[in-house]
Design a protein around this ligand. Sequence first.
Ligand SMILES: [Zn+2]
Length: 281
Amino acid sequence: MIDKLLIFTRSLVTLSLVSGGIALQASTLPQGAHGTIALLPIESSEVASVVFQERPQLIVGNVAIVRIPLFMTSGETDVKVSYQDGRSENVAIKVLDREYPEERITVTDQEHVTPSTANLERIREESARMRAAYNLFTEQPLDLLPIIQPIEGRTSGVFGSRRFFNDQPRNPHSGIDWAAPTGTPIKNPTPGTVVVVGDFFFNGKTVMIDHGGGFISMMCHLSEILVTEGQRIDRSKVIGKVGTTGRSTGPHLHWSVSLSGERTDPAVFMATLNALYDEAE
Ligand SMILES: [Zn+2]
């Protein structure tokens, strides 16, 4: 999947751009699968915004990164491109299906599967706080690339897997997991501002980072947090250490990537954007 996306990216960025508009042939309609992204070439100096599903999208150089929700109708749909001079146009993209694996997990603490009423209240408050952070849309980033992987480690959980905890169906996995020893330093993947620091029921010790343009990272299950809310942090800054706090079966890092309010496959996102970076070098 990632390989295909990379090849696609390379062909897409070589598309010719015409002044004030986008030259697209029918055969090269921008496309992205559920839970991933579609790349739309733009002339960023002339574009004011790229809006999909009524939400502005991330722009990196001369490419709009249109996030495709895990759950939406597949087929052709429109993205609205608005220009500095007041004009706007709809551009077609194609949404593709993607298969996601099923995953069965056993947790020893039944409270993490079927929480008590008191914990449900706590979970609701925490969800509202995370949702508010995911809905932030601050200035487009100027120094997004490259995006560095926050830790080295074996991938122990992939994005989008349909999860069952102790045989109970739960939400699909919202990020990527890497197994690593407790205490492993976690690096900030790309510059940003810390917007949430918390100790949450499911996610354990958690840091959320606003990277701009609607791109928000969430790092979960930490043993220790080394940043504070409001702190501006550079790429590679150590934000905390790997742990197993919250609903977790062993020390690992969970990284969620959210784009304009939708969780997106971090592996595809990182590989695709870093390919753009390599292309530009
Ligand atoms: Zn996870």
